[in-house]
Design a protein around this ligand. Structure first.
Ligand code: SF4
Ligand code: SF4
Ligand code: SF4
Length: 300
């Protein structure tokens, strides 16, 4: 499903939801609100500093009990030949791009969940399996998940992945901001291992100051943009680069939070105790309209 279709899907969700539940859409939208902890944490990724050693990939797997192999095997640079996305067995990946101002020193971009301030995955999840914590982390609770995968459709960064190959209790997987480690006062595993401090963990507001200062001090080194500062209402993970972010495969997104309608639906369903039969009708309706729309668009 492409970007546009994903947006259409959420729009459809709004219309069908309001119709089936009998709650006026305006009232549903009024339910939408998010509270953020001022001291929430974040990470600043400086792509001009990252050397592409992929130690962060190894550390992330090790910290999450995913088979990681030898650290030395991550020196293999052939992985950069194709673009990779976070997957069930790798919550973070590093991709390589040409550095136009210095071809000898390519740009390396670490990718993982952005831990949005207004996460679309949280809003889309009708059973509340996703949540945004005070620390800034967006986490998933397997005991609540019903496997509907709306979170995957809703995420503007296409991050959550699903264990299709598992018949029993498949998980949704993504970076959890190392919530268990940070609760215990440790750094996220990827931040701790980075040999060149390309990734900095700290209070989000302090990281914004740091990023602004770097841009001001080294205008030749960076473009004047902190990706994640305002995108989709702000994200906990933010980036600096010396190339336009869309050239580094970052999606061009507006400043408004992505959740909007899906958040209203979730809140509407539970706030008004819509009976299960209506909920099933709602889900069936969403799938039917979405499928119809997709086949029409494919037939164009
Ligand atoms: S990047 Fe996607 S999965 Fe991560 S918090 Fe944002 S919406 Fe959720
Ligand atoms: S914060 Fe933790 S879970 Fe997220 S990419 Fe880094 S090591 Fe992996
Ligand atoms: S460990 Fe640091 S330098 Fe190495 S790839 Fe990851 S972010 Fe880049």
């Amino acid at each position: 499903m492409g970007e546009l279709n994903r947006r259409n899907f959420l729009k459809t969700l709004g219309v069908v939801g309001a119709t089936v539940s009998g709650i006026p859409a305006k009232k549903l939208l009024a339910q939408s609100k998010s509270e953020l902890f001022e001291d929430r944490m974040g990470v600043l990724v400086d792509t001009t500093v990252c050397i592409g050693c992929r130690r962060c990939e190894w550390a992330c797997k090790t910290a999450h009990d995913i088979p990681a192999g030898d650290l030395e095997s991550y020196d293999d640079e052939s992985v950069f030949e194709k673009m990779r996305r976070p997957a069930n067995e790798s919550y973070t990946v590093v991709n390589r791009y040409e550095n136009l101002s210095n071809p000898k020193s390519p740009l390396n971009v670490k990718v993982q969940c952005m831990h949005c301030d207004h996460p679309a995955c949280v809003s889309a999840c009708i059973v509340g399996a996703f949540s945004k914590k005070e620390s800034g982390a967006v986490v998933w609770d397997g005991s609540m998940c019903i496997g509907c995968r709306y979170c995957m459709v809703a995420c503007p960064f296409q991050v959550p992945t699903f264990e299709y190959e598992k018949a029993i209790q498949p998980n949704i997987n993504k970076c959890d901001f190392c919530i268990e480690r940070t609760k215990g006062g440790l750094l996220p595993a990827c931040v701790e291992i980075c040999p060149v401090e390309a990734i900095t963990y700290g209070k989000r507001r302090n990281l914004i100051e740091t990023a602004e200062k770097r841009i001001e001090l080294y205008p030749d080194r960076y473009i004047n943009k902190i990706y994640g500062f305002t995108e989709v209402g702000g994200t906990s993970w933010m980036y600096l680069a010396n190339r336009e972010f869309n050239e580094l495969d970052f999606p061009k997104l507006g400043d408004k939070p992505a959740p909007g309608v899906s958040e209203s639906i979730q809140h509407g369903i539970f706030a008004y105790f819509v009976p299960p039969i209506a909920l099933y009708a709602l889900l069936g309706g969403i799938m039917w309209v979405s499928k119809n729309k997709d086949s029409k668009e494919e037939g164009k």
